[in-house]
Write a protein that binds this ligand. Structure first.
Ligand SMILES: [Zn+2]
Ligand SMILES: [Zn+2]
Length: 306
């Protein structure tokens, strides 16, 4: 005779199998009615800008997490795209060319470009100008930190960047290594993300120019992490309308820091302005941004992949 516990286990197993079968049927029915969703992370950084992992490694990591679509969106560079796309093919996942551009209007107004031709001068020329701006800024950052009593060497920052675009996390990492601060976060809070720091800003193009460059290269532009703009809803709505008029194609509605209310608000704004919905983690690697893991948002991307 079967022990009661065994019986229950078998029953449960049947139940689970039955439910699984039923869900499969429901899902495949639904696929015919609603646009198919894919598991995606459309906002990631590699060591071509300020991320921890080389592009190929980042793609393998994304594939191992079960993502079907990933976009590599390094700051001001398309350098990592070719190796990432190649590795994506090998790993059986779609890797979209991407980029993240900081617009001049606001320090947190960032635009993501997707699915453009990475060889197009429209995008490579703008990236080069933005990188030159950063390059010149590095001397100003060193001087600024020195004024604050934090002496670090530019050579060490450059070594940390390893030939990639020099960005604030590279300065922060050296500051941690040299014991000026305990964490990267502290480096940002006390020095690199302050009002005073903003005075040494670099060359940036305005949002309309960034969007135009992405579109001229055959791509789509999405407004990155709208929450970081910290705008009241009214102003946010005005900004989105203005960007939509300039050719914006989507809003990054899904982002780790977004609350459920924010997601709902951004989705409403997207719908109102005829924009698509994107989502990304802003993954830089555990060493650079310890609390941000790769995301797996269910997104409808026919408009982007088609
Ligand atoms: Zn950003
Ligand atoms: Zn980013």
């Amino acid at each position: 005779m079967m022990k009661p516990t065994e019986g229950r286990t078998v029953d449960n197993l049947h139940e689970i199998k039955y439910t699984e079968r039923r869900n499969t049927v429901i899902e495949s029915d639904a696929k015919e009615r609603i646009p198919m969703k894919v598991t995606a992370d459309l906002h990631t950084h590699s060591s071509a800008s300020d991320g921890q992992y080389p592009p190929e490694e980042l793609v393998r990591l994304a594939a191992s997490r079960g993502l079907t679509v990933m976009a590599l969106t390094d700051h001001d560079t398309v350098e990592g795209i070719e190796p990432a796309v190649r590795e994506g093919r090998r790993a059986g996942m779609t890797v979209l060319p991407g980029v993240e551009l900081g617009a001049a209007e606001h320090r947190s107004l960032h635009l993501l470009g997707y699915a453009f031709d990475p060889a197009s001068p429209a995008i490579t020329d703008l990236c080069r100008k933005l990188r030159e701006g950063r390059d010149e800024r590095k001397y100003r950052i060193i001087d600024f930190l020195k004024e604050k009593g934090v002496e670090i060497s530019l050579e060490e920052v450059e070594q940390t960047a390893g030939g990639a675009v020099i960005a604030r996390p590279h300065f922060a990492q050296v500051m941690v290594r040299r014991g000026h601060v305990a964490t990267v976060r502290e480096a940002f809070d006390r020095y690199l993300d302050t009002e005073e720091y903003q005075r040494i800003e670099r060359f940036k193009a305005d949002a309309a120019t960034c969007i135009a460059a992405i579109r001229a290269a055959g791509g789509h532009a999405s407004l990155a992490h709208p929450c970081q703009l910290k705008l009241p809803e009214e102003e946010m709505a005005t900004l989105v309308r203005r960007l939509a008029d300039a050719g914006l194609g989507a809003i990054e509605c899904f982002y780790p820091a977004h609350t459920a209310q924010q997601v709902a608000f951004y989705r409403k704004l997207a719908e109102k302005n005829g924009l698509q919905v994107t989502g990304g983690s802003d993954f830089h690697g555990e060493r650079v941004k310890p609390n941000i893991a790769l995301a797996a948002w269910p997104l409808e991307l026919d408009w982007l992949l088609g």
